[in-house]
Design a protein around this ligand. Structure first.
Ligand SMILES: Nc1ncnc2c1ncn2[C@@H]1O[C@H](COP(=O)(O)OP(=O)(O)OP(=O)(O)O)[C@@H](O)[C@H]1O
Ligand SMILES: O=C(O)[C@H](O)COP(=O)(O)O
Length: 488
C-alpha cells in the first residue's frame, strides 16, 4: 500500500540511472519541497536526452523498419513504415479501377445538431482524398458509413444530411440510397456511371452489421468488385462493413486516411525521432492504464495531467482535498511510477495545480503547490509552474504524442493548462517536431485553440486511436491484404 505520510522532501519522480537494453538516454529529476509556502521549488536537472536508438516494433511492422525509418517523418504525405505492411489504395492503378465498383467504408460519424446540421465536418473532409483518387481513376464508388448507435432504422441517424457537404467537397453530386443492401440499392449501383459516388444508408440500421454476420457481409460485398477501408475511427470494430466484407472482396486495401493514421499512431510511435515525449491527461487513470503502460515502453519522457494526477499524488502520500481520486488505483499509480523508473523514463507530474471550491465554471479558484491542496478544494487544472516545466521538457523533444486534456478544459477558467500544451505543441510543430494528437478531447482542445492545422497529425479516431496506443491490433486493419514486401 502507498504510504500515508507526507514526505518533507518528495522526489515526485526520479528517473533511473540504470541502463537498459535500449539505447535511449534519460535523466531528469523533479524535486518537490512541500515545506515551501508558495510554489514548490522545482528543478528539472539538465537533461541529456538524445535520440539514439529504436525501441522494439510491433511485430506487424517489424518488417523493413530499419530501411524505412530514415524516410519517416519527412513530412505530411510520406508513406511511412506502417502503410507498407498493408496494401494501399495508392497501389491500385487506373487499369485496376476504371469502371470497377469499389466498396469504400469510411467513418462519416460526424456530430449533428438538433436541426440535422453538421457541427464538425472533419471526418468528411478526411475521407475525401481516397474517394477523389478513386473517382479520378474512373471507379464507381459505393460509399458506406455508420452514424451514431441506432437500434434499427432510426431517421435521425440517416446519412442524408451528409450529402450536400460531401457533394461540395468532391465537386460532384453524390447520389444517396435509402438502404445499404437490397434490390433498390442494386439498381442504383447498376446505373452508376464511371467516376461517380453512391452513398449507402447507415450500415447500422441492420443489427447484422455490428454482429459481423457473414451472410450480411456477403450481401454488402455483392454490390462491389473490390474493397477500400478508410474508416480509421471504426477500425477497432469487427463489423460486417469493416471486417466481414474482406472475406468476399479482393483486393481489400487501406485508404489514404487509414494509412496516415497508422503511419503516425503506430509508425511514428514505434520508431520515433528521439527524444520522444508523451503527454497523457484525461479524467481517470483507469481509462488510460493500457496507454500509459504501452507508452512507457517507448517514450523518453512522460508528462501526466488531468484528473488522473490526484490518484498519483495520493499514492505518494499527498492530500488531494476533494479532487478526483480512484482509491482502488493507488497501487497501480505507484507501480506505474516504479515502472517508469525501471525503464528510465522521465515521468513528470504537475507540481502546482489550479484548485476550485466546486465543480463549476464560476467556481472560486486559486493556484497552490501540488503538496498543499486544502480540504474541500479540488484540482481542476495544472498550474503555471507545471506548464513551465512541461514546456522545458518538451523543448528537448523531436516527437510528441498527446492524449487527454490537462484539466477541465470545458470550463474556460480551467482550460489554461490544456491550451498551453496545445500552443506549445503548435510552436514545436512549426520547428519541425513531429506532433501527434491522439484523438478524443485533446483534438477538441487543439481545435478550440485554433492550432489544429499546424500539427503533424490529428487523429480522427477516439476509441480506435486509444486501442492503437495501447498496442492493440485493429480488426479492420488486420483483415486487409498484405502489401508486397519491399526488399531491404
Ligand atoms: N482535474 C480534473 N478533474 C476532473 N475532470 C477532469 C480533470 N481534468 C480533466 N478532466 C476531464 O477529463 C475529461 C476527458 O477525459 P477522458 O479520459 O475522456 O480523455 P480523452 O482521452 O481526451 O477522451 P476520450 O477517451 O473520449 O478519447 C474532460 O471532460 C475533462 O473535463
Ligand atoms: O466515433 C467513433 O469513435 C467511431 O465512429 C466509432 O463509433 P462507435 O464507438 O459507435 O463504434
Amino acid at each position: 500500500m502507498a504510504s500515508a505520510t507526507t514526505p518533507t522532501s518528495l522526489s515526485l519522480l526520479h528517473t533511473s540511472s540504470a541502463t537498459s537494453s535500449s539505447s535511449r538516454t534519460r535523466s531528469s529529476l523533479l524535486h518537490l519541497s512541500p515545506s515551501s509556502s508558495s510554489s514548490p521549488s522545482l528543478r528539472l536537472r539538465p537533461t541529456t536526452l538524445r535520440g539514439l536508438g529504436f525501441v522494439a516494433c510491433d511485430p506487424l511492422f517489424a518488417l523493413n523498419v530499419a530501411s524505412k525509418v530514415r524516410s519517416f517523418g519527412a513530412g505530411k504525405g510520406v508513406r511511412g513504415i506502417v502503410s507498407m505492411a498493408k496494401k494501399s489504395v495508392g497501389d491500385l492503378t487506373e487499369a485496376d479501377l476504371k469502371g470497377k465498383k469499389v466498396f469504400v467504408r469510411a467513418d462519416l460519424n460526424v456530430p449533428l445538431d438538433d436541426n440535422q446540421k453538421i457541427t464538425d465536418d472533419t471526418r468528411i473532409r478526411a475521407a475525401v482524398p481516397t474517394i477523389k483518387y478513386l473517382i479520378e481513376k474512373g471507379a464507381k464508388v459505393i460509399l458506406s458509413s455508420h452514424l451514431g448507435r441506432p437500434k434499427g432504422v432510426t431517421p435521425k441517424f440517416s446519412l442524408a444530411p451528409l450529402v450536400p457537404r460531401l457533394s461540395e467537397l468532391l465537386g460532384i453530386q453524390v447520389v444517396k440510397a435509402d438502404d445499404s443492401i437490397g434490390p433498390e440499392v442494386e439498381k442504383l449501383v447498376a446505373s452508376l456511371p464511371d467516376g461517380s459516388v453512391l452513398l449507402l444508408e447507415n450500415v447500422r440500421f441492420y443489427k447484422e452489421e455490428e454482429k459481423n454476420d457473414p451472410e450480411h457481409a456477403k450481401k454488402l460485398a455483392s454490390l462491389a468488385d473490390l474493397y477500400v477501408n478508410d474508416a480509421f475511427g471504426t477500425a477497432h470494430r469487427a463489423h460486417a462493413s469493416t471486417e466481414g466484407v474482406t472475406k468476399f472482396l479482393k483486393p481489400s486495401v487501406a485508404g489514404f486516411l487509414l494509412q496516415k493514421e497508422l503511419d503516425y499512431l503506430v509508425g511514428a510511435v514505434s520508431v520515433p525521432k528521439r527524444p520522444f515525449a508523451a503527454i497523457v491527461g484525461g479524467s481517470k487513470v483507469s481509462s488510460k492504464i493500457g496507454v500509459i503502460e504501452s507508452l512507457l515502453e517507448k517514450v523518453d519522457i512522460l508528462l501526466l495531467g488531468g484528473g488522473m494526477i490526484f490518484t498519483f499524488y495520493k499514492a505518494q502520500g499527498l492530500s488531494v482535498g476533494a479532487s478526483l481520486v480512484e482509491e482502488d488505483k493507488l497501487d497501480l499509480a505507484t507501480s506505474l511510477i516504479e515502472k517508469a523508473k525501471a525503464k528510465g523514463v522521465s515521468l513528470l507530474l504537475p507540481t502546482d495545480v489550479v484548485i476550485a471550491d466546486k465543480f463549476a465554471p464560476d467556481a472560486n479558484s486559486k493556484i497552490v503547490p501540488a503538496t498543499a491542496i486544502p480540504d474541500g478544494w479540488m484540482g481542476l487544472d495544472i498550474g503555471p509552474d507545471s506548464v513551465k516545466t512541461f514546456n522545458e521538457a518538451l523543448d528537448t523533444t523531436k516527437t510528441v504524442i498527446w492524449n487527454g486534456p490537462m484539466g477541465v478544459f470545458e470550463f474556460d477558467k480551467f482550460a489554461v493548462g490544456t491550451e498551453a500544451v496545445a500552443n506549445k505543441l503548435a510552436e514545436l510543430s512549426k520547428k519541425g517536431v513531429t506532433t501527434i494528437i491522439g484523438g478524443g478531447d485533446s483534438v477538441a482542445a487543439v481545435e478550440k485553440v485554433g492550432v489544429a492545422s499546424v500539427m503533424s497529425h490529428i487523429s480522427t479516431g477516439g476509441g480506435a486511436s486509444l486501442e492503437l496506443l495501447e498496442g492493440k491490433q485493429l480488426p479492420g486493419v488486420l483483415a486487409l491484404d498484405e502489401a508486397t514486401p519491399v526488399p531491404v
